[in-house]
Ligand binder design. Structure first.
Ligand code: ADP
Length: 486
């Protein structure tokens, strides 16, 4: 508790605009809560639309100079950021646990994952390049060059407070773009601490501006319609993403969208069931199930369904639910009451539709937004819980009879972020990799996120990719220069 107080005492609570920490123009604030108690951790400045304008003006003013810095200079700022976040891993992990609720061990995992985007893109910075070619008829030359897109607006969610920010900020820095970050209202503290670390790492004023706010739409709406903005990258719900894409149409703004998912987790009759159980625990319970990549539907071959369900439910039932700071915690609280009641509503509707709760199925009494890890069997194919994103520690299990049905069920959703499958048959694995309508596919693993790989979805799960070689392209424009035959 002493350490918590010491850490909170050094977290910046102001807006970062043009390299300066300042309070909101109307003096307004927003409270950040601890989801394990519902109590206020810190009160921070809440940006007004005017502050938003100032942040965009700062990004716009910094853009030209920043785009002309040497790639090595940008790379080294990113590298120093990586070193600094890593050196302060314990602080970042504790802060995320405090404001978001995840167990400390997972928060440490996120620090490593989030910091890795800084290292990965520091390495990519010096690799940005184009090409020179002769036209096919020999009459001219063509140069293709990459230019930074320009000032970006980032809107990030609360479930991964560090990684969702660095996955956008790092490639933007690498590409030479400036930016305004509107972190999630529920978890802005990590982003503020990170911005301070980047400032110390030498990021020039105006390159990264951070404006937490209670009035997300009122602050970001005018920025999205502003001709100085060149790019919007959003991670969050499909519902909000759709609206932002519509808003972005006015300026024909470039957008990247990491939206919702409805990940199927397929277990075939030839799977190693014990490995599948381990994979399922990670795919379902990591981050308390509050991840767009969380397994949302377990589709199990009918011949192994009982065996899998029993083993999985037994393990889920032993997961310790506790405040994330407790060393034994495997599942922390959900982020707020709204999220918890949505989870419970889906469980209740599944039970009403004929499902059985083998373990869990209820909220946990007392302070904090805890929900018991839950396994549901006999879930009917048309149950609401199989078509909506659960975002909580609830695993609905249903069955299939053959590969064709498994693929049909897996694809029967408007989402297309990720799918997981367990099978010992590599040919089947490759068929699935080709047939499943997803941006990412995990074969015999319950986790795919990797800074060196392109993260993103198809269908209504989004547009664009983050991470990998692809991640930097989101921040680069292609310019072609035609030249007469010399
Ligand atoms: P989730 O709560 O599941 O993360 P949301 O889509 O509600 O998903 O929120 C993601 C981010 O989008 C948060 O930073 C939130 O404040 C922001 N946000 C929500 N609604 C709007 C909106 N209408 N305009 C701009 N930002 C929004």
């Amino acid at each position: 508790v002493e350490r918590e107080r010491e850490l909170l005492a050094v977290v910046p609570t102001d807006l970062l605009i043009n390299g300066e920490w300042r309070s909101a123009s109307d003096g307004g604030s927003l409270d950040v809560n601890d989801p394990s108690t519902g109590e206020v951790l810190l009160s921070i400045a809440s940006a007004t639309p005017e502050d938003g304008q100032d942040a965009l003006a700062a990004a716009d003013a910094a853009q030209r100079g920043w785009s002309r810095t040497a790639p090595r200079e940008r790379a080294e700022i990113l590298r120093r950021g990586f070193e600094a976040v890593t050196a302060r891993a314990a602080d970042f992990a504790l802060l995320m646990t405090l404001e978001m609720g995840k167990p400390l061990a997972e928060a440490r995992g996120e620090v490593a994952y989030g910091a890795e985007f800084l290292r990965w893109f520091s390495e990519e910075t010096a690799r940005i390049s184009g090409r020179y070619a002769q036209s096919p008829d020999g009459s001219s030359r063509l140069i293709v060059m990459k230019r930074p897109v320009g000032p970006c607006l980032f809107i990030t969610p609360w479930n991964f407070p560090l990684a969702m920010a660095t996955r956008k900020i790092a490639p933007a820095i690498a590409a030479g773009c400036t930016m305004v970050l509107k972190p999630a209202t529920l978890t802005p503290l990590t982003a503020l601490l990170f911005a301070q670390v980047m400032q110390e790492a030498g990021l020039p004023a105006g390159v990264l501006n951070v404006i937490p706010t209670r009035k997300a739409a009122a602050v970001t709406g005018p920025l999205i319609k502003d001709s100085r903005l060149r790019k919007l990258s959003f991670t969050g719900s499909t519902e909000v993403g759709r609206r932002l894409i519509a808003d972005a149409a006015d300026q024909v703004l470039r957008v990247s969208m990491e939206l919702g998912g409805n990940a199927p987790f397929l277990i075939f009759e030839d799977a190693d069931i014990d490995r599948a159980v381990e994979g399922a625990l990670v795919a379902k319970l990591r981050n308390g199930g509050e991840a767009c990549t969380a397994a949302n539907r377990f589709l199990v071959h009918e011949s192994v369904a009982e065996q899998f369900s029993e083993k999985f439910a037994q393990r889920v039932g032993t997961m310790t639910v506790a405040r994330g700071t407790e060393p034994e915690s495997k599942v922390g609280p959900l982020v707020d009451e709204h999220t918890r009641s949505k989870v419970h509503e889906l469980v209740e509707s599944a039970l009403a539709e004929g499902a059985t709760a083998v373990v869990g199925g209820h909220a946990i009494d007392g302070p904090g937004y805890y929900y018991a890890p839950t396994v549901l069997t006999n879930v009917p194919a048309n149950a609401r819980i199989l078509s909506e994103e659960i975002f909580g520690p609830v695993a609905p299990i249903t069955t299939f009879v053959d590969e064709a049905e498994a693929i049909r069920l897996a694809n029967a959703t408007e989402y297309g972020l990720v799918a997981y499958a367990f099978t010992r048959d590599l040919n089947r694995g490759l068929r699935l990799a080709e047939e499943l309508e997803v941006g990412m596919f995990g074969l015999n693993t319950g986790m795919v996120s990797n800074p060196a790989a392109p993260f993103g979805g198809v269908k209504q799960s989004g547009l664009g990719r983050e991470g990998g070689f692809e991640g930097i392209d989101e921040y680069l424009e292609t310019r072609y220069v035609g030249i007469a035959d010399p």
